[in-house]
Design a protein around this ligand. Structure first.
Ligand SMILES: [Zn+2]
Length: 431
């Protein structure tokens, strides 16, 4: 890949191609002990009358590099800033597929970041972006590459420092630089969400702001053809869990439920084949499942299984998708037993039960107990463990620790309340 530096000033015309920002929910931060605080921010434009969140739409979802080239030309892009997961860039085939585009535009490449991006990685990226004079950011890789590109694009033109924006709630004043996300895995759906994670001094900060939503994405499942089995399984599990959690989320809408139902159905039907045979059809299904699940959680956020998963990943090293999937079956049973007294969805327990029935239907099961068993059998068929002791996690004290550190904000989206002692019981049931 030939890299050139462009020092041309940022293109004023590109400021106009950013998607209209419709609402501006606050940035939030969760430390590893589960506390959450609001971080920011003032909206850069007024919410729409409907108050609907910004969303990735079909016309922003490109299917090939030819379509990408057409967009870049039509937007009169002068210079590109590529945020690249170097390994994924080479192994996925993105390097070959992007060769024509990268020969037509000056490109500055940034690949000096770790898998879970730290604030110093973001700062290096912002500095290089400013030096490059690029007017559009392209992210190529998995969740980490897309996350860091989102933060660079959203904060590069801010006068406030990154830490002021994230830690001290300084208001955003500038618009984000246009961003195109090209995922090389099928899991996070990050190309369709306005979330990103950055670590500052070891603490995880989850940003949630419309400025982080990519303007376009390129969904090309061929980029996932060479993914190893373990990554296919882990990322596919994330897509499935995000879809199921979105379905029962207390914030679900009709449109999020449609997207989540299709995503969960596709992932459940095709993940085993994607892992075992890696057929193009299965890869294509997973690519769509991941994207739709991303669009669904953009509206609903995730719930209890994600809430518990963060500690399983950060302190016990379990890959994200697998960590989430471990409690999904148990949470299905828990949520199915919702009552008037502990219902956390304003639409009431009957609405929650209807969502659970929708999930059971796609699992082809009658009861939540059967649904849990079906999910756990399926996870094992993907080569993943379903019991904590198989992963070296055991003991009442450890379960209590995990429960204590569970993310309170994500738990708040769960359709049924989960008390501390219920959470310990759930963890012990998968011990
Ligand atoms: Zn996830």
């Amino acid at each position: 890949m030939i890299l050139r530096r462009s020092r041309s000033p940022l293109s004023a015309s590109l400021k106009a191609i950013r998607m209209p920002i419709q609402t501006s929910p606050p940035l939030t931060s969760q430390s590893l002990n589960g506390t959450t605080r609001v971080l920011s921010s003032a909206p850069v434009s007024q919410p729409t009358s409907t108050g609907t969140p910004a969303a990735m739409t079909d016309d922003r979802c490109l299917r090939s590099m030819d379509e990408l080239l057409t967009v870049l030309r039509s937007q009169r892009v002068k210079s590109l800033f590529a945020v690249v997961d170097a390994g994924a860039y080479r192994h996925s085939g993105a390097e070959e597929k992007l060769a024509e585009i990268f020969s037509e535009f000056p490109v500055t490449c940034f690949d000096q970041f770790e898998p879970n991006p730290k604030s110093h990685d973001v700062l290096s990226g912002i500095q290089l972006f400013r030096e490059s004079g690029a007017d559009l950011v392209i992210a190529i890789g998995g969740g980490s590459a897309i996350d860091i590109a989102k933060v660079i694009a959203a904060t590069a033109e801010e006068t406030a420092s990154l830490e002021d924006l994230i830690l001290r709630r300084a208001p955003f004043t500038a618009q984000a630089v246009p961003l195109i996300a090209i995922p090389t895995t099928s899991g996070t759906g990050s190309e369709a969400t306005q979330f990103a994670v950055v670590y500052i001094d070891g603490a995880k900060h989850s940003l949630d702001d419309p400025r982080l939503l990519p303007d376009w994405c390129v969904l090309d499942s061929q980029l996932t053809h060479k993914l190893p089995r373990s990554i296919t399984a882990n990322t596919g599990l994330d897509a499935f869990c995000q879809a199921v959690e979105s379905l029962w989320s207390a914030r679900s809408t009709e449109s999020s439920m449609r997207q989540a139902t299709e995503a969960a159905t596709l992932a459940f039907r095709h993940l085993q084949q994607a892992v075992q045979q890696g057929t193009p059809e299965a890869r294509e299904a997973l690519s769509r499942a991941s994207h739709l699940a991303g669009r669904a959680i953009q509206q609903t956020r995730t719930t209890a299984s994600h809430a518990v998963s963060y500690t399983l990943t950060s302190e016990h090293g379990i890959p994200h998708g697998h960590a989430v999937a471990l409690t999904l079956g148990a949470m299905l049973e828990h949520n199915a037993a919702v009552t008037e007294a502990d219902c956390n969805d304003p639409r009431g327990p009957e609405h929650v039960r209807a969502s659970i029935r929708r999930i059971l239907t796609l699992l082809n099961c009658e009861t939540a107990k059967q649904g849990r068993e079906r999910i756990e059998t399926w996870i094992r068929s993907l080569g993943c463990q379903t019991r904590l002791h198989e992963l070296g996690i055991s003991g009442r004290g450890t379960m209590e620790q995990i429960a204590t550190k569970t993310n309170a904000e994500r738990l708040g989206n769960n359709p049924r309340l989960v008390t501390h002692s219920q959470l310990i019981t759930i963890l012990e049931s998968i011990q």
